[in-house]
Write a protein that binds this ligand. Structure first.
Ligand SMILES: [Ca+2]
Ligand SMILES: [Ca+2]
Ligand SMILES: [Ca+2]
Length: 240
């Protein structure tokens, strides 16, 4: 909350403040780590309380406010579905009773976070890779790359899980892996990729609003720095 107040007190220099903060504090990446339920998340799930959200797809829709996906669709429970283990009510080594987000023929899937809907960009984001099907050179196995992007859509870096997978097309959960990132200036996008497969699943897109990210148009600050806030809230104009 401190930086939010700082923004109110010095709104005219807000762009500079957060630009400097973003470059001065490197993002922190987490994973790949084992994950069978939200309890395994290394993010600040408890500390953020009602400011932490998880999209587990179990209601059959990607409908957590503020998230959109570049491509893909939901897989319903089936022998070939590989949800996070606990989503079917039992951590028992199987994810076939839950739902996931499917890559649907793409090597990369991005999730975008909308600061205008959320009030600010999330300061921490995670996702769980749960399965590969057809893959090269070995079905069911492959490298998984997680990349995150800041409030200016500049890459914060990436981490790679090498040869993830159990080699099957089914719903085993031992190989499921969490990837995440924290960045105080905000995260606008994450991308999960499998260079060797376009037939893979992910689950538990999760994010926390830590109150320190870029705030597009905080009403309480409106009279303190209208000019700077207009710059933050507006799309940039291109003159070329
Ligand atoms: Ca299960
Ligand atoms: Ca699920
Ligand atoms: Ca799995």
């Amino acid at each position: 909350m401190f930086l939010r107040k700082l923004l109110c007190g010095a709104a005219l220099s807000a762009m500079t403040v957060f630009g400097a903060a973003n470059s001065a504090h490197a993002a922190t990446f987490f994973g790949p780590s084992s994950y069978t339920s939200l309890a395994d998340s290394p993010l600040n799930t408890a500390g953020l309380g009602t400011s932490f959200f998880v999209e587990d797809f179990e209601d059959g829709a990607l409908n957590t406010p503020g998230i959109t996906a570049s491509t893909g669709f939901i897989l319903n429970p089936s022998a070939g579905t590989d949800s996070v283990d606990g989503d079917d009510g039992s951590i028992d080594g199987s994810g076939t009773g839950g739902r996931t987000w499917y890559s649907a023929g793409s090597h990369s899937v991005s999730f975008f976070f909308d600061a205008l809907v959320l009030g600010s960009l999330p300061t921490e984001v995670g996702i769980v890779w749960t399965d590969a099907g057809f893959a090269s050179p070995v079905n069911g196995i492959g490298d998984v790359v997680f990349e995150a992007f800041d409030n200016n859509n500049v890459s914060l870096g990436s981490i790679t899980g090498i040869n993830l997978g159990d080699g099957t097309f089914f719903g085993g959960t031992d190989e499921d892996r969490f990837f995440g990132v924290q960045n105080v200036a905000g995260i606008s996008r994450i991308t999960l990729s499998m260079p060797g497969s376009d037939d893979w699943e992910m689950d538990h897109v999760q994010f926390g609003l830590g109150g320190k990210a870029v705030v597009p148009e905080p009403a309480s600050c409106a009279l303190l720095g209208l000019g700077a806030l207009m710059l933050i809230g507006r799309p940039r104009r291109r003159t070329a």
